[in-house]
Design a protein around this ligand. Structure first.
Ligand code: SF4
Length: 373
């Protein structure tokens, strides 16, 4: 049996590939690219059909972070030209979240820069969640606030958060090259804390920071070991004014191989195409939809994505459909403790989400920037 058949078979049984198999995906040639996408696509369709879940970012607090993550425009000493502001008021944040929901987002990610929240910050986010619920928005809420301390994950869960995001970003051995103010273990600890608090753990990676294939496989395996339920895959956006501001190391083909490797390692969880897709995948973005089952809609934290309408058109043109609010994202065995993975022979069609209006505000909701339509 060849490599790709083996990997697709393992993905359909939720078996972990070997490290060598995962590395071999990253080493495939451009001539094999469509075969790689097709094999990963079999796994994707088995567990997620042709659904695409839309996620929407709300940047609650932007810039001025004391940490020194070298990829980040919000880092200590960053000279990147980004909006900086302290906490958005709950009403302004809720308005931004509701605009994302109106555009079809099924999950809203409430993000704040910084090392981690104080208990007062957690209460402020709880107030924002309440303001979103008061507006009647039926949406999953994910918080992304940095390192969690005792009781904070539980408080967010109690306030109505569904998930917590904290990315591992890269391998343990590479971590010291991209950040000196905290370590890989600190990040893994917060992922565990969020899971232990009953939140759905969301954690992913950034590719294109000068890592090796081994680093990429290591971080994918670490995410599988942490049993995260969603994996955002970012491609480095090289912000001028940051240490990685001139690093352009990715091709569209490499991005697709990385996504496929992650899909084979984490076959039955949400693999989300995240920051940098527009600038690195470029015209190959629709091919990535055959591998991932989720994207961010519209803009990122400190940079613009493509217009929301272009995202929705791309999904429709590629033959996919926006996941409706009442359709569970994860397959049954991940929602029912003790259930065995069983991929359906033929994925059943699912009703698409109703047509949405797509007027989205740019990052920095609550500012005077015009809508991203
Ligand atoms: S990634 Fe987070 S912790 Fe690191 S510099 Fe950026 S905002 Fe701060």
């Amino acid at each position: 049996m060849n490599l790709l058949e083996t990997l697709a078979g393992k993905g359909l049984r939720c078996e972990l590939p070997t490290r060598d198999e995962a590395l071999a995906v990253l080493a495939t040639s451009d001539d094999e690219l469509l075969d790689v996408v097709a094999a990963a696509g079999r796994v994707r369709r088995a567990w997620f059909g042709r659904r695409v879940k839309l996620n929407y970012l709300v940047n609650l607090k932007s810039g001025l972070c004391p940490e020194d993550c070298s990829y980040c425009s919000q880092r200590l000493g960053s000279k990147a030209e980004i909006l900086t502001y302290t906490w958005l008021k709950p009403d302004a944040a809720a308005d931004a979240a509701v605009a994302g929901v109106a555009a079809g987002a099924k999950r809203v990610c409430l993000v704040a820069s910084g090392r981690g929240p104080t208990d007062g910050d957690v209460e402020r986010v709880a107030g924002t969640i309440a303001a979103i619920r008061e507006r009647g928005a039926d949406v999953e809420i994910c918080a992304c606030l940095g390192f969690l301390r005792d009781g904070q994950g539980e408080r967010l869960r109690e306030a109505g958060a569904h998930a917590y995001n904290h990315n591992l970003n890269t391998s343990e051995s590479k971590y010291g090259d991209i950040c000196t103010t905290h370590g890989f273990d600190d990040r893994a600890d917060t992922v565990r804390r969020s899971r232990d608090a009953g939140l759905s753990a969301c954690s992913g990676l950034i590719a294109g920071m000068g890592e090796s294939d081994e680093d990429l496989v290591d971080v994918a395996f670490a995410l599988r070991e942490l049993d995260v339920e969603s994996v955002p895959v970012n491609f480095l956006i090289p912000f001028e004014g940051t240490p990685l501001g001139e690093r352009w190391a990715l091709t569209p083909q490499r991005c697709l191989r990385i996504l496929a490797m992650v899909r084979f390692v984490c076959p039955d969880v949400e693999v989300r195409l995240a920051g940098g897709r527009e600038i690195h995948l470029r015209t190959l973005q629709p091919l990535a939809l055959h591998i991932v089952n989720a994207i961010f809609l519209g803009d990122y934290l400190t940079s613009e994505g493509q217009p929301g309408k272009a995202d929705l058109d791309m999904i429709a043109d590629a033959g996919f459909e926006v996941e409706a609010p009442d359709v569970p994202t994860l397959p049954p065995h991940r929602r029912e403790p003790g259930a065995a993975p069983q991929a359906p022979a033929e994925p059943q069609p699912v009703p698409a989400a109703p047509a949405a209006s797509v007027a989205l505000r740019r990052r920095g909701a609550g500012t005077d920037l015009p809508p991203n339509t």
